[in-house]
Design a binder for this molecule. Sequence first.
Ligand code: NAD
Length: 328
Amino acid sequence: MHVLVYSSRRDEKTFLCQAFEGSGHSLQFEEGHLTERSARLASGFDAVCVFVNDRVNAEVIEVLAQTGVRAIALRCAGYNNVDLDAARARGIAVVRVPAYSPHAIAEHAVALIMSLNRNIHKAYNRVRDGNFALDGLLGFDLYDKTVGVIGTGTIGAVFCRIMRGFGCRVLAYDLSPNDDCLELGVEYAALAEVIRAADVLSLHCPLTPATYHLIDAAALARMKAGAMLVNTSRGGLVDTAAVILALKSGQLGGLAIDVYEEEGDLFFEDLSDRVIADDNLMRLTTFPNVIVTGHQAFLTREALTGIAACTCRNLTQLEQDGRCDNQL
Ligand code: NAD
């Protein structure tokens, strides 16, 4: 297939080119996102390859269908940005990478927790400035704390295993409990109980209409005072405005996020010479107890290798069999 790769980053191209070598598919790279406007660039391509912040709504799908695109290959697991009904209606197959190094994301969540808890983000700058004072760097032992996990699928289960290794009590909520987690000693409870009991609450469920703003003002008020919230899943799970109020009042003790509900036009870009107009994101970056990373949890060599290989397999299977195991 002739494939147009949207939102392609330099680091990722090498992995994609390696995986597609000798596959018979040809790749062309476009750095910009897929949008209503850029969809026209796909004219003459069989497939487009997209990432988390590409817009794959009904309007875009209509343009893609008109240009002759037959397949949309997601280089990610989540597909909340794709209008699947519109794709089905236009006969465009949508395939995804359901799992690629869940360790990458789970380990990033742990890195965020450890950095925030032990104030590594502050210590790094202090020491470089010759300031070796310890005031304001107090953390807590994770050992014996209760870690709440919402969503114990592929990534959540790896996260639970690591937290059990720290000696934490892990209390989880999922629509269907995971046997591997139960074996690890993870306890399942109702959503409200997990939110109430957690010292650290980490989100690992997908963004769906049911989970949009799962953590809103009411949920934040039910959390233990001073608890930490971690989101490496999707920004829309958290009501950012409510989180800012909870941080200002001290009800929320810390926030570590790799995803942000309005990240679409910001993340993955170097905007360091611009004025960023998003007041909520800018307010978040002023709190000493907030760490924001720009959707980088997946960014390991192992994950990029897996994503590229699976994307290539998906397109080959689609071309040869007319269907794919990873089709949505
Ligand atoms: P998965 O499908 O294996 O697991 C998701 C789990 O969430 C499932 O067990 C499911 O039952 C559960 N779930 C669904 N709806 C729920 C609800 N309403 N309440 C509670 N649990 C619910 O997915 P995964 O591979 O573990 O990925 C989880 C999410 O992580 C993805 O949806 C994606 O948004 C995010 N992700 C982020 C990055 C990143 O770089 N930050 C990378 C990959 C994935």
